[in-house]
Design a protein around this ligand. Structure first.
Ligand code: CP
Length: 361
């Protein structure tokens, strides 16, 4: 198959005189031709939809920006092309040749940081790095100043930060697109995108599935973004957690407003047999006020080969990783264990996102 990704060019402004419009507005008005006007409006309407779907030059701060399934299909179609090319050892390093990505991680990461870097490098781009422990953040430099500087060096900024709200602050001063790589207990939009891609790749569809999210739903930014993103599909979502770590009301209400059925449970056993996607999460020790509070909630839900005899044969177990003890290593060789494949899918989705953000429509 041929790779049809345009080499990036600056985004053209959308308006009556942009390349997307067929004719200047003045000429239409003087012509006074109703049919002509309607054709013009239809064309502008189509262009608006295309523009709305395009990620070119846009920030990716929250899954809230994805309101049409078609937007996700665009991302996943390109991710599938990149996946096929990488698997066939066919290069795609002409796509972002000459482009630079700034990787700014104020909080530790293995997958997000490395898969973004791998994605950029596989597309022929380069990566510059900064983090809070080895940069002038140590000398008191603000997030705003660091990001303003990095945006002068790079074409796109990938940012992870422990504070909710940091992305909006960064985007305000950044002259290049900002991609949210996780903001505290807020969101992790690119993880949610790769999670849905994983479900599509592994099961073949998202619609009609029962997805069970387990563990620290209060602090888990991945499940916050995933639950929101799943509202674009016809799914049932189950939540399994101790009351103290329940899904935040804000997310629950958002999902409810979209008409998605949500069920709340305190044990995994009762919901496992009907589950198509079991989404395990780590209890996030670093977000607790005290060790006692953490100890009271960890170790409640553990996937083991024995427990999984109660689950469907055709289902998958996902985890954004890193894991602690919530999935027994003895389960790793089970074909339903999808978490390491999930991490790999992340690279293809991030290749797609970088190509789309830095490329033309
Ligand atoms: N899933 C995820 O965000 O992992 P990292 O914290 O290692 O990036």
């Amino acid at each position: 198959e041929e790779l049809h990704v345009k080499i990036p060019e600056p985004t053209k402004p959308f308006g009556p005189h942009s390349a997307l419009s067929p004719l200047p507005r003045q000429r239409l008005d003087s012509a006074g031709n109703q049919m002509y006007k309607e054709l013009f409006q239809e064309s502008v309407g189509r262009a608006s939809v295309t523009q709305a779907r395009s990620l070119s030059g846009k920030n990716i701060l929250s899954v809230a920006m994805f309101t049409m399934k078609e937007q996700l299909n665009d991302i996943y179609n390109l991710a599938s092309i990149f996946k096929a090319r990488v698997h066939k050892d066919r290069p795609c390093d002409d796509v972002l040749k000459g482009k630079v990505m700034a990787s700014c991680f104020y909080e530790v990461s293995t997958r997000t940081c490395c898969s973004f870097a791998a994605a950029m490098q596989r597309l022929g781009g380069r990566v510059i790095y900064m983090d809070e422990s080895s940069s002038s953040v140590k000398k008191g430099e603000t997030l705003e100043d660091s990001i303003a500087v990095m945006s002068g060096y790079a074409d796109v900024v990938v940012l992870r930060h422990p504070e909710v709200g940091a992305m909006a602050r960064a985007a305000d001063v950044c002259r290049k697109p900002v991609i949210n790589a996780g903001d505290g207990i807020g969101e992790h939009p690119t993880q949610a995108l790769l999670d849905v891609f994983t479900i599509r790749e592994e099961i073949g569809t998202v619609n009609g599935l029962t997805i069970t999210m387990v563990g620290d739903l209060k602090h888990g930014r991945t499940v916050h973004s995933l639950a929101r993103l799943l509202t674009l599909y016809n799914v049932t979502i189950n939540y399994v957690s101790p009351t103290a770590l329940a899904m935040p009301e804000k997310v629950f209400n958002f999902v409810a407003q979209k008409g998605i059925q949500q069920n709340v449970y305190s044990t995994l056993e009762e919901v496992l047999p009907e589950t198509d996607v079991l989404y395990m999460t780590r209890i996030q020790k670093e977000r607790f006020e005290s060790e006692e509070e953490y100890n009271a909630t960890c170790g409640l839900y553990v996937v083991t080969p024995k427990l999984m005899t109660r689950a469907k044969n055709r289902m998958i177990v996902m985890h954004p990783l890193p894991r602690n003890n919530e999935i027994d290593k003895a389960f790793d060789n089970d074909k339903r264990a999808a978490y390491f494949r999930q991490a790999e899918y992340g690279m293809y989705v991030r290749m797609s996102l970088l190509a789309m953000v830095l490329g033309k429509n």
